[in-house]
Write a protein that binds this ligand. Sequence first.
Ligand SMILES: [Zn+2]
Length: 143
Amino acid sequence: MPKVVSRSAVSASTDAHPTASSAAALRVYYCLCGEFILVIDKSLSSLPRRQTDNAIIVRSQDSNDQKARVFKLNAKYADPILLERKDGHERQYRFNCPRCTLLIGYQHTPPPAKSSPFIYILSGALTQMQGQLPQDAFDGENN
Ligand SMILES: [Zn+2]
C-alpha cells in the first residue's frame, strides 16, 4: 500500500484570506501530483462549462448581474499559444502546476488570473482528494 501523507495536516495555515461568510463553503483542489492548486468558494462540478473544450468556467471579475467567484490560484503561467477554432483564432495564456507542470487551465488575457473576466480549468485536471484521480481525468482524451 502506498502511503499517502496529507501535507495539509502538517501545515494548517494557508495564505488565502477568504471572508468569514464564504470560509465555510471553500473547496480545495489539487493537481494529480498532490500539489495544492486552487481554493474556491464553489464546487467546480457546479460551474458552467465551455462548449468548445468542456473546460470549467470560473468567473474572476464581477459583471452587471453576476459576482466573481472567490478563489486563489496557485499555478505558473507559460507563454501564450494561439489555437485554431472553427470561428477563428483563440489566444490562450496557459497555467501549469508549479510542481509537475501539468496543464491546469488558461485564460484569454495576460496574467494574473483576476485581470481576465474568466479563467478556464481543464476538465479532469484537478481533484478534491489529494492523491486520487478525478472521475473525469480521462474524459476527452481523443480530442
Ligand atoms: Zn502537479
